[in-house]
Design a protein around this ligand. Structure first.
Ligand SMILES: Cc1cc2nc3c(=O)[nH]c(=O)nc-3n(C[C@H](O)[C@H](O)[C@H](O)COP(=O)(O)OP(=O)(O)OC[C@H]3O[C@@H](n4cnc5c(N)ncnc54)[C@H](O)[C@@H]3O)c2cc1C
Length: 376
């Protein structure tokens, strides 16, 4: 018997849908809600590393992920010089195992659609445009009132509602994300033939300029700078600012810059970090994914870590008899240090750049690669 006989999952991002798939596949009734009216509408692309791919395969969506994305096994380092000189071509670690690519780039809306469709196909009941108005729990369950006035009682509530989690505040956890000092322009557009993997350009007028192919015909490109309040910039000026920074990057960037013409494809986001101290549960309500720990995308591990949380949580809920201390102790033991280490390494990498310090980048990368190569 699983530890729970019904579960509410709040948030249909990677963490929430993966939890819903894991539980619903095993026959546990799951309600999956999201405040957004349409979950696949979020733009741009995502770089999914091998350890995240391993979890996606476990969820039964590997063929679709592979078909929707662009896989590659090396990372290029280029100079911010007039030729975009290729400095090094580094074989990328296959952290999900030798039978998976090192990396797959995907359009975010496609990945969202794939996992949400899978959750629904295995039996999760999805309600969009819905949030939690109130939660109250006793020893036997959690009473939930939803934004539309309806109500339900659950054995467990999973707060997978992202970096600004309302569930986190509802259970009295006051930790909030902190800015790390960097901001990122991202643009989604057509893939020129010259882009067949991620290349990173360190230095120039920004800290990092890079790109990731997300399909035969698409990519996303990004430029990381000192954090600035660009929230008031009209879309056309945002595009102009990204183009101006991109002028210093060459090689494949020359092709990408040509296509940077649609203001609607460019976004700007500040980097933030968060580690909620363990445990991540208060009684029968538990936080996972960005709601519990969030990293700046310098190592592109946030999505993978969210998927790992979901996998471990679902496994424990299916193997323990009750959602009690033993289950939460094991969840903490398997997830807290691993997620914290990834967040801290992601922050460290950015901090070295902010401080214009060399830092032991190879050492840091080796530590994280070894860590995430181990199954969650
Ligand atoms: C600029 C940037 C680039 C990134 N690039 C990468 C990358 O390349 N690779 C990678 O692995 N990671 C990357 N990440 C991190 C990654 O996006 C996150 O770690 C991952 O999306 C976390 O998944 P999640 O399901 O926990 O949260 P989310 O994806 O944020 O999903 C949360 C869901 O909850 C819903 N929600 C929010 N509030 C409520 C509410 N009150 N009620 C109901 N639903 C609610 C939201 O609508 C959303 O659907 C990046 C992050 C940033 C900021």
């Amino acid at each position: 018997m699983p530890a729970v006989s019904n579960v509410l999952v709040v948030g249909a991002g990677l963490a929430g849908t993966a939890t819903a798939i894991g539980l619903a596949t095993a026959g546990v009734p799951v309600d999956l809600i999201d405040v957004k009216p349409k979950v696949s509408a979020i733009g741009s692309g995502i770089t999914m590393q091998g350890n995240g791919l391993r979890e996606l395969r476990r969820l039964g969506v590997w063929d679709e992920v592979l078909a929707a994305g662009y896989s590659f096994d090396s990372l290029g380092l280029r100079a911010p010089d007039p030729a975009g000189t290729l400095l090094a071509e580094i074989p990328d670690a296959r952290t999900g195992g030798p039978d998976l690519p090192a990396t797959v780039g995907l359009p975010r809306p496609e990945l969202a659609r794939i996992v949400v469709d899978r959750a629904v196909a295995v039996g999760a009941k999805l309600r969009l445009g819905t949030s939690v108005r109130s939660l109250s729990q006793d020893d036997g369950g959690v009473d939930v009132v939803f934004s539309d006035g309806s109500a339900g009682r659950y054995d467990l509530v999973v707060g997978a509602d992202g970096i600004r989690s309302a569930t986190r505040r509802m259970i009295g956890i006051s930790d909030e994300p902190r800015p790390t000092g960097m901001g990122i322009f991202r643009a989604f557009g057509p893939r020129p033939a010259s882009v067949t993997r991620t290349d990173l350009y360190y230095g120039g007028p920004s800290y990092i300029a890079g790109y990731c192919p997300t399909g035969e015909n698409t990519l996303y490109a990004y430029i990381v700078e000192d954090a600035r309040d660009r929230s008031a910039l009209p879309p056309a000026e945002r595009l102009a600012a990204m183009r101006a920074l991109a002028e210093s990057y060459h090689g494949p960037w020359d092709d990408i810059r040509e296509t940077l013409t649609d203001p609607a494809t460019v976004s700007y986001t500040l980097f933030e970090a968060l580690v909620v101290p363990a445990p991540w549960n208060r009684g029968r309500v538990v936080l996972i994914g960005d709601a519990a720990h969030a990293c700046p995308p310098t190592l592109a591990q946030g999505g993978a870590q969210a998927l790992e949380d979901a996998a471990v949580l679902a496994e424990l809920l299916l193997s323990h008899a009750a959602p009690g201390d033993a289950l939460w102790a094991e969840f903490t033991a398997r997830r807290f240090e691993r997620a914290r280490t990834v967040v801290e390494a992601s922050c460290q990498l950015g901090q070295w750049q902010l401080d214009h310090e060399q830092g032991d980048l190879p050492g840091l990368m080796a530590t994280i690669t070894a860590l995430v190569s181990q199954p969650a």
